[in-house]
Design a protein around this ligand. Structure first.
Ligand SMILES: [Zn+2]
Length: 160
């Protein structure tokens, strides 16, 4: 009886762990996507507003505002009233890292794993959220060139 109970408890703990990891991963992805989009819009010189982001992500303005509040507390975005939403210096560094991870993975998939360029975007969208500088540094070192991705975009320089 006791043994069964212990096993059940273990299962329960495993279940909770899995659930929490999945939830955290989802949050990380959401955060990364916001930062990446704001970075791209800023770079393109477009005005970034709550309504623009709400249209882009197809979510309500209040959920955009909630997310921006969190990102602002993390000092990643600057949301001064009446002006376009901008990334802080820390936010820009973070965005460049996510963009670099994405493009390094696309390059790796084509150069090393022999995927076709049109097959790699979706995979890179998943892998870019992994938090392991050493992993991406190794990927960078394995490439013949690490400046241009398979779609012709620049791969930002990073510390990893
Ligand atoms: Zn891509």
């Amino acid at each position: 009886m006791t043994k069964i109970k212990i096993n059940r408890d273990k299962e329960f703990i495993l279940h909770i762990k899995k659930f929490t990891t999945a939830k955290l991963m989802k949050k990380t992805k959401e955060k990364d996507h916001y930062i990446k989009q704001i970075f791209k819009l800023n770079e393109a010189g477009e005005k970034v507003s709550v309504s623009a982001l709400s249209k882009l992500f197809n979510v309500s303005k209040s959920s955009v505002s909630n997310m921006l509040k969190k990102l602002s507390l993390m000092e990643l975005v600057d949301t001064s009233p009446y002006s376009s939403i901008k990334l802080t210096q820390k936010g820009r560094k973070f965005a460049k890292e996510v963009v670099a991870k994405h493009r390094l993975i696309e390059s790796f998939l084509v150069e090393v794993m022999e995927f076709k360029p049109d097959q790699v975007h979706e995979i890179a969208e998943e892998i870019e959220h992994i938090n392991s500088p050493i992993f991406f540094s190794k990927v960078r070192k394995m490439l013949k060139q690490d400046t241009i991705d398979p779609h012709g975009s620049n791969i930002p320089k990073t510390d990893f």
